[in-house]
Ligand binder design. Structure first.
Ligand SMILES: NC(=O)c1ccc[n+]([C@@H]2O[C@H](COP(=O)([O-])OP(=O)(O)OC[C@H]3O[C@@H](n4cnc5c(N)ncnc54)[C@H](OP(=O)(O)O)[C@@H]3O)[C@@H](O)[C@H]2O)c1
Length: 310
């Protein structure tokens, strides 16, 4: 299947390149890692649970002969864990692509705060990743043509952002927390690219979203994705507007390795919720430079880290 010259089943050769994926033990992160390993990349699974990460690593090695896969421990909701993971990742000889995929997709009903005092969903999905990028900017910049790929969502089109309440102290719902975290991730990806260019850096940032990708429509992978018969049945009832997470990984993989993709590009499924990965025009809110500035300022305050100032 080739769409505007890109075939997700025939990726450009990636041997010699190092790609780190957060939340790589399950779902989209696992399939992103698997597809990139298949293309020959050395893949680093950046995961919070070592047992789950070991199972994902074993699965990739089972499915891709000779795959070079390692694990780094990271809980994105813990800034101390981000510091340790970044130290390990910075010791790599190169980092060609960092995919910030980890995320809470089923947020708690009530506002929850991390040990660092941040709202949990925003901390997990965005602030932790902001801190990770801030701490990895040197290794990225010393790797020619490096990319950061952040994960957005269709949810960015469905809510109004309150840029004065990014920690959701005034009004919390699980849905608002999730959608807002994805607005922050997408906006951050686009602003990161603008700031990298302004700084004269060669590193680029791109964004991807997977449409609507669900477990029960995803291939069985022993130890990683084993949905029950009921989950398969229920999820297949939604077949018209969903896809598996193997396909949901396609836009991320394209953003990571399409040689023709440009910094600042966003990729999503051709039919919004499903389909081949194509260039997408992001929602107005994530293209708004004032919103991006507010998110950047709050990210620096929340993490205590400064990133890419003129
Ligand atoms: N599926 C969709 O349709 C969809 C749509 C739009 C956007 N997305 C985005 O795609 C990304 C992946 O979603 P998914 O559907 O693949 O979800 P998933 O199957 O639930 O996988 C989420 C991954 O993130 C990890 N994670 C969660 N909290 C973490 C933390 N504090 N530290 C480190 N890792 C953590 C999970 O690890 P554990 O296994 O340890 O929990 C798991 O590996 C998310 O950013 C999500 O917002 C998904």
């Amino acid at each position: 299947m080739t769409i505007d010259g890109w075939d997700p089943a025939r990726l450009p050769e990636q041997s010699g390149r190092v790609i780190a994926v957060t939340g790589a033990n399950a779902g989209l992160g696992f399939f992103t890692s698997l597809q990139l390993a298949r293309a020959g990349a050395r893949v680093v699974l950046v995961c919070r649970d070592e047992m789950k990460a070991a199972r994902a690593r074993a699965a990739i090695q089972r499915l891709v002969r000779g795959a070079d896969v390692s694990v780094v421990r990271l809980d994105t909701a813990d800034l101390g864990s981000v510091r340790s993971a970044a130290k390990e990742l910075s010791a790599l000889d190169r980092l060609d692509v960092l995919v910030t995929n980890a995320g809470i997709v089923h947020p708690p009903r009530h506002r929850t705060v991390t040990a660092d005092g941040l709202e949990l969903v925003g901390a997990t999905n965005h602030f932790g990743h902001f801190a990770l990028v801030a701490r990895l900017i040197d290794v990225l910049e010393r790797t020619p043509g490096a990319r950061v790929v952040t994960l957005g969502s269709l949810a960015t089109r469905l809510v109004r952002l309150d840029a004065d309440d990014l920690q959701l102290e005034r009004r919390y719902t699980g849905w608002q927390a999730y959608a807002q975290s994805k607005i922050m991730s997408w906006s951050f990806g686009l602003e990161l690219d603008r700031r990298l260019r302004a700084a004269g850096a060669e590193t680029r940032a791109l964004v991807a979203h997977p449409g609507y990708s669900i477990t029960g429509r995803t291939p069985l992978v022993r130890g990683v994705n084993e949905p029950s018969t009921v989950e398969r049945f229920v999820d297949n009832l939604q077949a018209v507007f969903t896809q598996g997470k193997d396909r949901g990984a396609w836009p991320t993989v394209r953003a990571a390795v399409d040689p023709l993709a440009q910094g600042g590009d966003s990729f999503g499924p051709r039919y919004r919720v499903k389909g081949a990965p194509v260039l997408e025009t992001p929602a107005a809110v994530v293209r708004d430079p004032d919103v991006a500035a507010a998110i950047w300022a709050e990210s620096e305050r929340a993490t205590g880290l400064s990133l890419l100032h003129p």
